[in-house]
Design a binder for this molecule. Structure first.
Ligand code: S3P
Length: 425
């Protein structure tokens, strides 16, 4: 895929549904009793993997456009899958589903594609084993394929070394099947969609600072779920609108949950002209329309508790930093190394190919902004967030930028390129 420079971007766009919320709606709907009706569902490859896994466990799920109906069978209604469950490229599927599988009285296996087979699963194996499940990594490398023998779980208070919504959600979901309450404490607050949505389904979940506690054995009831637009997808349009001269884009219905809105806070500090309009609630989640206008950017610090609130946006932020005035230092983001690709190495390699002054550190990157960038061959490593970040860089750099493996945007945003070019004049 060749990305070319555009003169300006103008118009209105609605980005697809939030990936994290879409996964959770299907999962929680499956273990609730009765029908869950989801609107705004993201039909990306990752969330379709979640649907496939639950269909294999006997849940009837129908999909029509962005409307999904899940006919849940209650906490103990899943049937033993006849084959190994396939999570595809989706870390959220493996980690959250493992928490549910740990509570079942059958043995199951779960695996995924080449990228997921390298991602760390010890972070969920340890707490699930402490709760009493038996979870083994078939290759003994702390990765999938996993074999999970569930049942007879005990409540624990788990103190996690990493701030991770996937690990937190895994432990809380297993906690639904435990004999006493389960708590999870993390170093900084990660996204709280599970806590909000589990409460909506009828679970008792308390949140105090960075600790969440769930009571076991609730009666979860099918619900209506409205999925907000994904701020992680909107981020590319925000970035494109800020960097492309004379641009103005209205991005409608974007989720602005405070555990996800770090990108907005950073852009404000960087001098980005982003106005929130029509702030409202869509179901359990806050949303707004975002009006973005071209801006001159300068540096801001990106570290500490802010990191989990913008973790998936850091590749895009690195592109913005390459165009900003001054030197940006991103710290405390070692989690980037274990995403769909090693996002520190991949950003340093690809931005360097474009002529940026960037170096990787043990937990982030240092980017000296303001050097002109030129087109290059970009290796996406089949990581959707890398592909979309460089598609934005390609709109403003001099010369042609080629994306290898551009189709990986299917994971979270199948129509990404059409939508992006649809705004160009
Ligand atoms: C997600 C949590 C984050 C994020 C991922 C989706 C979720 O991962 O990077 O894209 O849906 O819970 P971690 O929990 O590993 O930080």
């Amino acid at each position: 895929m060749v990305i070319k420079k555009v003169s300006r971007l103008k118009g209105e766009i609605t980005v697809p549904g939030d990936k994290s919320v879409s996964h959770r709606a299907v999962m929680f709907g499956s273990i609730a009793r009765g029908t869950t009706e989801i609107t705004g569902f993201l039909k990306g490859a990752d969330c379709l993997s979640t649907i496939d896994c639950f269909r294999q466990m006997g849940i009837d799920i129908s999909v029509q456009g962005d409307q999904v109906q899940v006919h849940g069978k209650g906490l103990r209604g899943l049937k033993k899958p006849s084959q190994i469950l396939d999570a595809g490229n989706s870390g959220t599927t493996v980690r959250l589903l493992s928490g549910i599988l740990a509570g079942q009285d059958f043995t199951s296996e779960i695996t995924g594609d080449a990228s997921i087979q390298k991602r760390p699963m010890q972070r969920i194996i340890t707490p699930l084993e402490q709760m009493g499940a038996s979870v083994s990594s078939q290759k003994d490398n702390g990765c999938v394929p996993l074999t999970i023998q569930g049942g007879n779980l005990h409540g624990i208070h788990y103190i996690s070394k990493v701030a991770s919504a996937q690990v937190k959600s895994c432990v809380l979901l297993a906690g639904l099947y435990a004999d006493t309450p389960t708590s999870f404490t993390e170093p900084s607050l990660s996204r709280n969609h599970s806590e909000l949505m589990l409460r909506h389904f009828g679970a008792q979940v308390a949140s105090h600072g960075t600790t969440a506690t769930i009571l076991p054995d609730p009666c979860l009831e099918g619900r209506k779920i409205i999925v907000p637009g994904d701020i992680s997808s909107a981020a590319y349009f925000i970035g494109a609108g800020l960097l492309t001269p004379n641009s103005e884009i209205l991005i409608k219905n974007v989720g602005i949950n405070p555990t996800r809105d770090g990108i907005l806070r950073v852009l404000k500090k960087m001098g980005g002209d982003v106005t929130l309009l029509n702030s409202r609630l869509a179901g359990e989640e806050p949303v707004a329309d975002l009006l973005v206008r071209s801006s001159e950017l300068h540096v801001a610090s990106i570290e500490g508790d802010l990191i989990p609130t913008l973790i998936d946006e850091i590749p895009l932020i690195a592109v913005l930093a390459a165009y900003a005035k001054g030197t940006t230092v991103i710290r405390n983001a070692e989690e980037l190394k274990v995403k769909e690709s090693n996002r520190i190495d991949v950003m340093v390699d690809n931005l360097s190919r474009m002529g940026a002054k960037i170096s990787g550190t043990k937990d982030g990157m240092i980017i000296e902004g303001g050097h002109p960038l030129h087109g290059a061959q970009i290796d996406t490593h089949l990581d959707h967030r890398i592909a979309m970040s460089f598609a934005v860089a390609g709109l403003i750099c001099e010369g042609e930028l080629t994306l290898q493996g551009a189709e990986c945007v299917n994971i979270s945003y199948p129509d990404f390129y059409q939508d992006l070019y649809g705004l160009s004049e």
